[in-house]
Design a protein around this ligand. Structure first.
Ligand code: FAD
Ligand code: SF4
Length: 507
């Protein structure tokens, strides 16, 4: 009997463990576009379009490689609407008794496959450099699971930017050189353009028709949909943007949403690119003298450090991770996150760009939308749902730890040693948003004061007990305590007024 080989939408890798374990002459690859996956959160239109188009292209690649592929398109008659439903349907059609797949990057789907009436073998996803078992070994007995130490292990393991046992240049991390604001530059090289082929055009029509009410526009769709395109994106980044990536990594500009970022996350997460090949390309550019060390190191750290680390945390912490709410925050996500009006220039830009491109870079996610949600006391589950829905690269294993952990401190400090919060001054330093904002970043109180300035202190004050034993927060509390009691009262009172305005979506 044939075995079914389930290939999920983010498992588009020819060398994936399930395909390696299968027999081309006997087994049947199952791929399916199903409502259960498109609808469990309201994904951005471009995200659905990218995943479907990349799946359809990958199915063609598999056929060209000699695989038999049973592909279910969303609108096919008989589509059962779920992954397990499709497995059962195909099992009957081909007389298969079992299936094999790469373990999904999400607890929800792993459970669904375990509950499937036919046995589904879930193989470890060895497209990551650190397996779940290795991560558990690393984590065992450690008091705190900081990324920096994990990252050093990964540098040693991969040999990337190493001189024997020592890090290239003598330091593990060159972030101190990486916090510069950027200037507008008409000559900055733009992202590569990917014209839609017939398959993509068909998918874009399908999404426009079937997901008309989902967040986001399709007009700006400019993503590669196969491995060849993803490799082109990688080459373009290494040749044009990597050199300045490090220095301007944290910068934000109104008219230049992409700056020097790679836009490679969707390809890595779908399996069109592998983490090691991407890092090796960066290391080669450094070795050739084409890019400085701070950029090569910073970029490689994001991938073999952060990306591997957050995945490790997600599976290490268990299925309850996404429902944690350490700071006990329960306010609703403001309508402004879905495009509702706000006078806050930074927030409205980050959201408009997210709507148009399904993309915002790390600092926009962390220090604008994330920072604001945290200061405004928003329920972390709602924040997570938003990030999972709106970004082109959002899959739960990477989205949840970044949102719940790094950004919202909902895990109580598993990932971050202190909350990523700031007043407006940080955004003013790193961006050009404040110049044309209706609020004044310089005003700490009073009508027109930047909401970040008010809410920052309110957040710290209301969470004082939670951070009482956090040495990294002590200085900030000391500076708060040094203020006159009446000034503190004014700030807290005005912050309350602001929180009420936010609750009414009038800010
Ligand atoms: P670059 O800035 O060019 O970075 C290079 C690569 O490093 C990225 O492609 C990505 O693969 C990796 N990387 C960088 N930072 C991280 C990180 N913190 N965690 C994991 N990988 C990282 N990333 C996702 O892939 N999916 C998500 O759903 C996601 N949600 C996020 C939510 C929040 C609240 C925050 C603060 C960050 C989130 N990130 C997520 C991490 C990061 O913002 C994106 O990976 C990055 O912006 C993708 O754009 P890029 O490819 O241009 O990245
Ligand atoms: Fe954002 Fe405040 Fe600057 Fe306005 S003034 S752009 S709200 S940080």
């Amino acid at each position: 009997n044939p075995r079914l080989v389930l290939v999920l939408g983010d498992q588009l890798t020819l060398e994936g463990a399930a395909l390696r374990a299968a027999d081309k002459a006997r087994d049947v690859v199952v791929m399916a576009e199903v409502r259960a996956e498109t609808d469990y959160v309201g994904h951005h239109k471009q995200k659905i379009a990218l995943v479907f188009s990349a799946m359809r292209h990958f199915a063609e690649t598999l056929r060209a490689e000699g695989w038999q592929v049973a592909y279910t398109a969303l609108e096919d008659a008989g589509n059962s609407g779920s992954i397990t439903g499709e497995l059962l349907r195909r099992a009957e059609e081909f007389g298969a008794k079992s299936a094999v797949t790469i373990a999904p990057g999400e607890w929800r789907l792993r459970q669904a496959l375990e509950d499937c009436p036919i046995p589904v073998v879930q193989l470890p996803d060895d497209r990551f450099l650190c397996s779940e078992a290795e991560f558990a070994d690393w984590a065992k007995g450690r008091k705190s699971l900081r990324m920096e130490y994990f990252y050093r292990e990964m540098r040693r393991k991969t040999g990337l930017l190493m001189e024997g046992d020592a890090p290239e240049g003598g330091k593990w991390n060159y972030d101190a050189e990486n916090r510069k604001p950027a200037q507008a530059d008409l000559f900055r090289v733009k992202a590569p353009q990917f014209a839609s082929d017939e398959v993509t055009r068909e998918v874009l029509d399908l999404v426009a028709r079937e997901f008309a009410d989902n967040f986001g526009g399709l007009e700006g769709f400019n993503w590669a949909v196969d491995r060849a395109g993803a490799l082109e994106a990688l080459d373009h980044f290494i040749a044009h943007n990597l050199a300045d990536f490090g220095t301007y990594q944290d910068a934000m500009l109104e008219d230049d949403p992409l700056l020097y970022h790679s836009l490679l996350s969707p390809y890595l997460n779908l399996g069109l690119l592998g983490p090691l090949e991407v890092c090796q390309a960066a290391a080669r550019a450094y070795a050739a003298g084409d890019v400085p060390l701070n950029s090569a190191e910073g970029f490689i750290r994001q991938i073999i450090g952060w990306r591997e680390y957050v995945r490790g945390i997600y599976f290490h912490e268990g299925p309850d991770y996404t429902s944690r709410n350490h700071l006990d925050q329960h306010r609703k996500l403001p309508w402004a996150y879905w495009g509702g009006e706000t006078k806050m220039n930074c927030l409205s830009h980050a959201v408009a760009q997210t709507r148009d491109l399904a993309y915002a870079h790390h600092i926009q996610r962390l220090m604008v939308t994330g920072n604001f949600a945290l200061l405004a006391g928003v329920d972390p589950a709602q924040v997570q749902e938003w990030y999972l829905a709106v970004y082109i690269d959002a899959f739960e294993w990477v989205e949840a730890p970044n949102t719940a952990g790094m950004s919202q401190f909902a895990d109580g400090g598993v990932i971050a040693s202190k909350p990523y919060v700031s007043s407006g001054a940080y955004i003013d330093r790193m961006s050009d948003y404040c110049g044309s904002c209706a609020y004044s970043v310089k005003a700490k109180t009073g009508e027109g004061a930047c909401p970040f300035n008010l809410l920052y202190w309110h957040f710290l004050d209301r969470n004082r007990e939670k951070f009482a034993n956090n040495p990294r927060m002590a200085v900030i509390y000391r500076s708060w305590d040094k203020r006159k009691p009446e000034d503190r009262e004014t700030i807290l009172g005005q912050a309350e007024v602001m929180l009420n305005k936010i609750a009414q979506d009038a800010f």
